[in-house]
Ligand binder design. Structure first.
Ligand SMILES: [Zn+2]
Ligand SMILES: [Zn+2]
Length: 177
């Protein structure tokens, strides 16, 4: 949604809408699917800057990093930003604030695309290593069986003693480094 800043100087701009964003566009490999995102907020003129405040909620489907099972996750959040046409103070010797610290966004031109800010949030809300449950057992590296659903036969096979000897040598080598 493109907003003309000029119009906000007279009265705050408010919105409430539902948007669809493709999971692929968020560019996070753990994100499988994104539900419709309902979000709302307002932009007010705080002479000479603008202040944006928004909240959102939606559902996302994540892939467990260990067993690849899909996990439904409900997300709710909010964010606030200062939109300024001034140069953001972040130089050495000036007030030591970076853009990120205060949520400053430098405005170029007379219009802002507020959906860009929402899209940033979508990426931030994908956890680093999602797991279906804290004690997920993952997949068997031999046969690919989901070990949460029971153990496979792989670890029941007796280990060949020759491999065991090799493994012992490798371990000693690793330890000596
Ligand atoms: Zn899992
Ligand atoms: Zn197995």
């Amino acid at each position: 949604m493109l907003i003309r800043l000029e119009t906000i100087q007279e009265s705050p701009f408010r919105w409430k809408e539902t948007v669809e964003v493709k999971a692929a566009d968020v560019d996070m490999p753990e994100l499988v699917e994104l539900g419709p995102i309902s979000w709302q907020g307002e932009v007010t003129f705080t002479d000479p800057d603008y202040y944006l405040s928004a909240s959102y909620e939606y559902e996302q489907v994540l892939a467990c990093v260990r067993c690849l099972t899909e996990v439904n996750d409900r997300v709710e959040g909010e964010f606030q930003l200062f939109l300024t046409q001034e140069k953001v103070p972040n130089g050495v010797g000036e007030i030591a604030l970076t853009e990120d610290d205060l949520g400053y966004v430098h405005l170029d031109g007379e219009e802002i695309e507020i959906n860009d800010f929402l899209n940033e949030q979508l990426a931030l809300n994908v956890p680093m290593k999602p797991q279906c449950r804290p004690d997920c057992q993952g997949l068997c590296s031999e046969c690919g069986a989901n070990l949460n659903e029971g153990s496979c036969d792989c670890d029941k096979k007796p280990v060949d003693p020759r491999w065991q000897a090799l493994a012992g040598i490798k371990q000693r080598l690793d330890e000596s480094h």
